[in-house]
Design a protein around this ligand. Structure first.
Ligand code: UFG
Length: 356
């Protein structure tokens, strides 16, 4: 296939929550998008069709997205994808992300996240594609030592689970790679708490089983799929005793990736740079419940239970470096995060399996 080198971006894990939403502003900015995903955590399409989130993105944008059902652990298949396209850049989302599960099956997490990343980097190197945006997490900061968290905050200390450590290790690998070869240019994006959905309501977070995270759980209680939310602790030193987080609208996060890709294309300075993506504002669990209840018009039953192991009281970022370096800042409010989540949840009460 002949694609213009400067405009074709590969998304690993592009059928997942963050990946699928990111395709939309990429296409709107004129990029061609190729997705590679093993569908371990995405809704598969009918026989012979693309995965459901990709089909939805195509409907929303009116543009085609090339899709490969490929596992990063299979280097030969990854290499074949690179043989077919000239990528200007790769956005690496693919990986396992359930914090609790990573404590039970750490080897699987390291194999998929760390080995998968190494495979990808080796294939990129072999094809002389040396620009990468990496999907990292604020979890690499561990228990915050100060707030708001800047990029200068220490990383890798007291990480309590394999998921967090896998992100930290991959960041280290990327730093080493950039130190060893000055042609590499890497932007590491440390997400705070991505929530929400595309404003059409036709694309959103589609967790399998019981959601681990607050917003999808609240949405499922609001729609009646679950009877009650458990609030993990109300004795933290916060505004109302419940945990405070930096929630970030998924479309703002998606646009942050486009800014990173553009930066990689115009940047003369190589090396690895880590950047926080958040709003810089913190909201408590009870504030989120209250806002969701207002926008949905639904009562959200909840009970206060004990703290969840590994949780901190508050986590929110200093988002100024993203603005300085990428020219990006989050625009959407908590109200929009809740409204768009509710639109998605009402249209697809069981997520994309509603369609089946
Ligand atoms: N919470 C509840 N009840 C729930 C779920 C969550 O009260 O059913 C609370 C948590 O205790 C916390 C807040 O809601 O105070 C947010 O919890 P989430 O699970 O939504 O988010 P976390 O901040 O714990 O985790 C997120 C990502 C992780 C990532 C981490 C980095 O989901 O992948 O941020 O800090 F590792």
């Amino acid at each position: 296939m002949n694609t213009t080198k400067s405009q074709c971006v590969l998304l690993t894990g592009g059928a997942g929550y963050v990946g699928s939403h990111t395709i939309i502003p990429l296409i709107e900015s004129g990029y061609e998008v190729v997705v590679l995903d093993n569908l371990s955590n995405a809704c598969k399409g009918l026989e012979g069709q693309k995965p459901v989130p990709i089909t939805k993105v195509e409907e929303l944008t009116g543009k085609e997205v090339t899709f490969y059902n490929v596992d990063l652990l299979n280097s030969n298949s990854v290499s074949e994808v690179f043989d077919k396209h000239d990528f200007c850049c790769v956005i690496h989302f693919a990986g396992l992300k359930a914090v609790g599960e990573s404590c039970h099956i750490p080897l699987t997490y390291y194999r998929v996240n760390v080995s998968g990343s190494i495979n990808l980097l080796e294939v990129m190197k072999a094809h002389n594609v040396k620009k990468l945006v990496f999907s990292s997490s604020s979890t690499v900061y561990g228990e915050p030592q100060f707030l708001p968290i800047t990029e200068a905050h220490s990383v890798g200390n007291n990480l309590l689970n394999g998921y967090a450590k896998s992100k930290y290790y991959i960041e280290g690998i990327l730093q080493d790679l950039c130190n060893s070869d000055k042609d590499w240019s890497v932007i590491i994006l440390r997400y705070f708490n991505p929530v929400g959905a595309h404003p059409s309501g036709n694309l959103g977070e589609d967790p399998t089983g019981i959601p681990n995270n607050l917003m999808p759980f609240v949405a499922q209680v609001a729609v009646g799929s679950r009877p009650c939310l458990q609030v993990f602790g109300n004795d933290y030193d916060t505004v109302d005793g419940t945990g405070v987080r930096d929630y970030l609208h998924i479309m703002d996060l998606a646009e942050g990736h486009v800014s990173a890709v553009k930066k990689l294309q115009t940047n003369n300075k190589n090396g690895a740079v880590a950047i926080n993506l958040g709003t810089g504002n913190g909201y408590s669990v009870l504030q989120v419940i209250d806002m969701f209840s207002q926008v949905s018009g639904r009562k959200i039953p909840y009970e206060i239970v004990g703290r969840r192991q590994g949780d901190c009281a508050s986590s929110y970022c200093d988002a100024s470096f993203a603005k300085d370096y990428l020219g990006w800042e989050a625009k959407r409010t908590l109200k929009e995060m809740c409204q768009d989540t509710w639109k998605w949840q009402s249209l697809y009460p069981q997520g994309f399996s509603t369609l089946k």
